[in-house]
Design a protein around this ligand. Structure first.
Ligand code: ZN
Length: 270
Protein backbone atom coordinates (compact mmCIF):
# COMPACT_ATOMS: atom_id res chain seq x y z
CA UNK A 1 0.00 0.00 0.00
CA UNK A 2 1.14 3.52 -0.76
CA UNK A 3 1.23 6.26 1.88
CA UNK A 4 -2.20 7.91 1.77
CA UNK A 5 -0.69 11.27 2.75
CA UNK A 6 0.92 11.31 -0.71
CA UNK A 7 -2.42 10.77 -2.49
CA UNK A 8 -3.73 13.54 -4.72
CA UNK A 9 -7.08 13.57 -2.91
CA UNK A 10 -5.58 14.23 0.56
CA UNK A 11 -3.22 16.83 -0.90
CA UNK A 12 -5.95 18.62 -2.90
CA UNK A 13 -8.53 18.61 -0.10
CA UNK A 14 -5.93 19.84 2.44
CA UNK A 15 -4.86 22.59 0.03
CA UNK A 16 -8.44 23.78 -0.59
CA UNK A 17 -9.20 23.81 3.13
CA UNK A 18 -6.00 25.75 3.83
CA UNK A 19 -6.91 28.32 1.15
CA UNK A 20 -10.34 28.87 2.70
CA UNK A 21 -8.75 29.31 6.13
CA UNK A 22 -6.32 31.88 4.72
CA UNK A 23 -9.19 33.78 3.10
CA UNK A 24 -10.52 34.27 6.63
CA UNK A 25 -13.63 32.22 6.02
CA UNK A 26 -13.07 29.43 8.55
CA UNK A 27 -12.44 30.72 12.01
CA UNK A 28 -12.02 28.16 14.78
CA UNK A 29 -13.96 25.02 13.75
CA UNK A 30 -16.05 26.86 11.13
CA UNK A 31 -16.58 25.13 7.80
CA UNK A 32 -16.76 21.54 6.65
CA UNK A 33 -16.20 19.61 3.45
CA UNK A 34 -17.02 16.23 1.94
CA UNK A 35 -15.61 14.66 -1.21
CA UNK A 36 -16.72 11.47 -2.98
CA UNK A 37 -13.87 9.05 -3.68
CA UNK A 38 -14.10 6.12 -6.07
CA UNK A 39 -12.88 2.66 -5.02
CA UNK A 40 -10.36 2.97 -7.83
CA UNK A 41 -8.94 6.19 -6.35
CA UNK A 42 -8.43 4.70 -2.88
CA UNK A 43 -7.36 1.18 -3.97
CA UNK A 44 -3.62 1.85 -3.76
CA UNK A 45 -3.91 3.47 -0.33
CA UNK A 46 -6.61 1.63 1.62
CA UNK A 47 -8.08 -1.82 2.06
CA UNK A 48 -11.81 -1.09 2.10
CA UNK A 49 -12.48 -4.40 3.83
CA UNK A 50 -10.60 -3.22 6.90
CA UNK A 51 -12.16 -0.53 9.06
CA UNK A 52 -11.43 1.02 12.42
CA UNK A 53 -14.95 1.54 13.76
CA UNK A 54 -18.58 2.04 12.79
CA UNK A 55 -20.13 5.50 12.74
CA UNK A 56 -23.86 6.26 13.14
CA UNK A 57 -25.23 8.51 10.42
CA UNK A 58 -28.61 9.35 12.10
CA UNK A 59 -30.29 9.58 8.67
CA UNK A 60 -31.21 7.14 5.92
CA UNK A 61 -28.36 7.38 3.42
CA UNK A 62 -29.06 4.06 1.69
CA UNK A 63 -29.01 5.87 -1.68
CA UNK A 64 -25.27 6.31 -1.04
CA UNK A 65 -24.53 2.77 0.15
CA UNK A 66 -21.04 1.65 -0.84
CA UNK A 67 -19.95 5.21 -1.57
CA UNK A 68 -16.70 6.42 -0.02
CA UNK A 69 -16.37 9.97 1.35
CA UNK A 70 -13.45 12.02 2.56
CA UNK A 71 -14.94 14.26 5.28
CA UNK A 72 -13.73 16.88 7.73
CA UNK A 73 -13.96 16.09 11.44
CA UNK A 74 -16.38 17.53 13.98
CA UNK A 75 -14.90 20.37 16.05
CA UNK A 76 -11.72 20.32 13.95
CA UNK A 77 -10.02 23.53 12.85
CA UNK A 78 -9.41 24.15 9.14
CA UNK A 79 -6.11 25.80 10.06
CA UNK A 80 -4.76 22.46 11.31
CA UNK A 81 -5.79 20.18 8.43
CA UNK A 82 -2.73 20.66 6.21
CA UNK A 83 -0.30 19.88 9.05
CA UNK A 84 -2.22 16.92 10.38
CA UNK A 85 -4.73 15.38 7.94
CA UNK A 86 -5.15 12.14 9.87
CA UNK A 87 -6.54 13.89 12.98
CA UNK A 88 -8.75 16.35 11.15
CA UNK A 89 -10.06 14.34 8.15
CA UNK A 90 -11.62 10.90 7.83
CA UNK A 91 -12.56 8.47 5.07
CA UNK A 92 -15.87 6.67 5.55
CA UNK A 93 -17.77 4.13 3.47
CA UNK A 94 -21.57 4.04 3.73
CA UNK A 95 -22.89 0.61 4.72
CA UNK A 96 -25.72 -1.17 2.84
CA UNK A 97 -28.19 -0.33 5.66
CA UNK A 98 -27.62 3.40 4.95
CA UNK A 99 -27.69 4.11 8.68
CA UNK A 100 -24.02 3.55 9.46
CA UNK A 101 -20.63 3.98 7.84
CA UNK A 102 -17.29 2.27 8.32
CA UNK A 103 -14.37 4.49 9.22
CA UNK A 104 -11.58 3.41 6.86
CA UNK A 105 -8.99 6.02 7.76
CA UNK A 106 -8.35 9.15 9.85
CA UNK A 107 -10.42 10.80 12.60
CA UNK A 108 -7.96 9.36 15.07
CA UNK A 109 -8.52 9.43 18.84
CA UNK A 110 -12.27 8.85 18.51
CA UNK A 111 -13.03 11.98 16.49
CA UNK A 112 -16.35 12.15 14.68
CA UNK A 113 -17.23 13.37 11.18
CA UNK A 114 -18.51 16.95 10.85
CA UNK A 115 -21.69 17.78 12.76
CA UNK A 116 -23.13 18.80 9.37
CA UNK A 117 -22.71 15.27 7.98
CA UNK A 118 -26.48 14.92 7.49
CA UNK A 119 -26.53 18.11 5.38
CA UNK A 120 -23.59 16.82 3.35
CA UNK A 121 -25.03 13.34 2.72
CA UNK A 122 -28.55 14.57 1.94
CA UNK A 123 -27.08 17.17 -0.43
CA UNK A 124 -24.89 14.55 -2.15
CA UNK A 125 -28.03 12.43 -2.70
CA UNK A 126 -29.90 15.25 -4.44
CA UNK A 127 -26.94 16.39 -6.54
CA UNK A 128 -26.10 12.83 -7.67
CA UNK A 129 -29.69 12.47 -8.92
CA UNK A 130 -29.11 15.53 -11.14
CA UNK A 131 -25.42 15.14 -11.93
CA UNK A 132 -23.81 11.66 -11.86
CA UNK A 133 -20.34 13.28 -11.93
CA UNK A 134 -21.02 15.33 -8.78
CA UNK A 135 -18.32 14.91 -6.09
CA UNK A 136 -17.95 17.79 -3.65
CA UNK A 137 -19.93 19.69 -0.99
CA UNK A 138 -18.20 22.63 0.71
CA UNK A 139 -19.60 24.67 3.60
CA UNK A 140 -17.68 27.78 4.63
CA UNK A 141 -18.22 31.10 6.42
CA UNK A 142 -17.48 33.43 3.50
CA UNK A 143 -17.49 36.83 5.19
CA UNK A 144 -19.21 39.16 2.71
CA UNK A 145 -21.91 36.67 1.75
CA UNK A 146 -22.83 36.32 5.42
CA UNK A 147 -22.72 40.09 6.00
CA UNK A 148 -25.06 40.63 3.05
CA UNK A 149 -27.75 38.45 4.64
CA UNK A 150 -28.05 40.99 7.49
CA UNK A 151 -29.01 43.88 5.23
CA UNK A 152 -30.33 42.45 1.98
CA UNK A 153 -33.71 40.90 1.22
CA UNK A 154 -33.51 37.11 1.57
CA UNK A 155 -35.75 36.68 -1.45
CA UNK A 156 -33.77 34.30 -3.69
CA UNK A 157 -34.45 36.15 -6.89
CA UNK A 158 -33.51 39.53 -5.39
CA UNK A 159 -30.38 38.08 -3.73
CA UNK A 160 -29.26 36.31 -6.89
CA UNK A 161 -29.87 39.34 -9.12
CA UNK A 162 -27.94 41.67 -6.81
CA UNK A 163 -24.93 39.33 -7.09
CA UNK A 164 -25.32 38.83 -10.84
CA UNK A 165 -25.17 42.61 -11.21
CA UNK A 166 -21.94 43.00 -9.19
CA UNK A 167 -19.65 41.43 -11.77
CA UNK A 168 -20.01 40.41 -15.41
CA UNK A 169 -18.72 36.89 -14.67
CA UNK A 170 -21.43 36.06 -12.13
CA UNK A 171 -24.33 35.03 -14.37
CA UNK A 172 -21.93 32.92 -16.41
CA UNK A 173 -20.55 31.15 -13.32
CA UNK A 174 -23.85 30.63 -11.48
CA UNK A 175 -26.75 31.03 -13.94
CA UNK A 176 -28.73 28.66 -11.70
CA UNK A 177 -28.74 31.36 -9.00
CA UNK A 178 -28.44 31.14 -5.26
CA UNK A 179 -30.79 29.38 -2.86
CA UNK A 180 -31.34 31.17 0.44
CA UNK A 181 -32.30 29.52 3.72
CA UNK A 182 -33.43 31.93 6.46
CA UNK A 183 -31.75 31.58 9.85
CA UNK A 184 -32.11 28.08 11.27
CA UNK A 185 -30.47 25.92 13.91
CA UNK A 186 -27.60 24.10 12.21
CA UNK A 187 -26.08 20.67 12.74
CA UNK A 188 -29.26 18.65 12.33
CA UNK A 189 -31.31 16.74 9.77
CA UNK A 190 -33.89 19.52 9.36
CA UNK A 191 -31.44 22.06 7.93
CA UNK A 192 -29.95 19.20 5.91
CA UNK A 193 -33.32 18.44 4.28
CA UNK A 194 -34.01 22.14 3.52
CA UNK A 195 -30.53 22.53 2.02
CA UNK A 196 -30.73 19.37 -0.07
CA UNK A 197 -34.11 20.50 -1.46
CA UNK A 198 -32.55 23.79 -2.59
CA UNK A 199 -29.68 21.91 -4.23
CA UNK A 200 -32.23 20.45 -6.66
CA UNK A 201 -32.25 23.87 -8.35
CA UNK A 202 -29.03 25.71 -7.53
CA UNK A 203 -25.40 24.79 -6.79
CA UNK A 204 -24.95 27.58 -4.25
CA UNK A 205 -26.95 27.94 -1.02
CA UNK A 206 -26.73 30.70 1.58
CA UNK A 207 -27.48 29.95 5.21
CA UNK A 208 -28.53 33.40 6.43
CA UNK A 209 -26.33 34.85 9.18
CA UNK A 210 -24.14 31.74 9.04
CA UNK A 211 -22.44 30.77 5.78
CA UNK A 212 -22.58 29.37 2.29
CA UNK A 213 -22.56 25.93 0.65
CA UNK A 214 -21.31 25.12 -2.82
CA UNK A 215 -21.24 21.87 -4.77
CA UNK A 216 -19.47 20.63 -7.87
CA UNK A 217 -17.80 17.87 -9.83
CA UNK A 218 -14.43 18.96 -8.42
CA UNK A 219 -12.96 20.95 -5.55
CA UNK A 220 -12.11 23.74 -8.00
CA UNK A 221 -15.68 23.94 -9.24
CA UNK A 222 -17.30 24.07 -5.77
CA UNK A 223 -14.65 26.49 -4.45
CA UNK A 224 -14.86 28.61 -7.62
CA UNK A 225 -18.61 29.05 -7.24
CA UNK A 226 -18.21 30.23 -3.65
CA UNK A 227 -15.31 32.59 -4.34
CA UNK A 228 -17.13 34.16 -7.30
CA UNK A 229 -20.25 34.85 -5.22
CA UNK A 230 -18.12 36.04 -2.28
CA UNK A 231 -16.24 38.47 -4.54
CA UNK A 232 -19.57 39.82 -5.85
CA UNK A 233 -20.77 40.33 -2.26
CA UNK A 234 -17.52 42.20 -1.51
CA UNK A 235 -18.16 44.52 -4.47
CA UNK A 236 -21.72 45.03 -3.19
CA UNK A 237 -20.30 46.48 0.04
CA UNK A 238 -17.61 48.51 -1.74
CA UNK A 239 -20.16 50.34 -3.91
CA UNK A 240 -23.26 50.42 -1.75
CA UNK A 241 -22.55 53.77 -0.05
CA UNK A 242 -21.82 55.67 -3.27
CA UNK A 243 -24.52 57.79 -4.94
CA UNK A 244 -25.35 57.51 -8.65
CA UNK A 245 -24.20 53.93 -8.99
CA UNK A 246 -24.28 52.32 -12.43
CA UNK A 247 -25.51 48.78 -12.85
CA UNK A 248 -25.38 45.81 -15.17
CA UNK A 249 -28.88 45.84 -16.65
CA UNK A 250 -31.19 42.89 -17.17
CA UNK A 251 -30.74 43.42 -20.89
CA UNK A 252 -26.97 43.07 -20.52
CA UNK A 253 -27.43 39.94 -18.38
CA UNK A 254 -29.64 38.53 -21.12
CA UNK A 255 -26.98 39.32 -23.75
CA UNK A 256 -24.27 37.71 -21.60
CA UNK A 257 -26.34 34.53 -21.17
CA UNK A 258 -26.78 34.33 -24.93
CA UNK A 259 -23.10 35.00 -25.65
CA UNK A 260 -21.89 32.35 -23.20
CA UNK A 261 -24.74 29.90 -23.86
CA UNK A 262 -25.89 29.69 -20.25
CA UNK A 263 -29.51 29.41 -19.17
CA UNK A 264 -30.31 31.83 -16.35
CA UNK A 265 -32.90 30.75 -13.83
CA UNK A 266 -36.28 31.19 -15.48
CA UNK A 267 -38.24 34.39 -14.84
CA UNK A 268 -35.26 36.04 -13.16
CA UNK A 269 -34.59 38.50 -15.98
CA UNK A 270 -37.21 41.13 -16.87
ZN1 ZN B 1 -21.00 26.76 9.59
Amino acid sequence: MKDILTSSFIKEVSKTIDQMYRLGWDERNGGNLSYILSEEEVRDYLNVNKYNRVIDLYIDASFLSGKIFLVTGSGKYFKNVKENPESNLGIIQINPDGKTANLLWGLIDGAKPTSELSTHLLSHIERLKIDPLHKVVIHTHATNLIAMTFIHSLDEKAYTKTLWKMNTECIIVFPDGIGVIPWMICGNEEIGRETAKKFQESRLIIWAMHGVLGVGQSLDEAFGLIETAEKAAEIFFKISNFPNRKEITDEQLEALSFAFAVKPKSNYLE
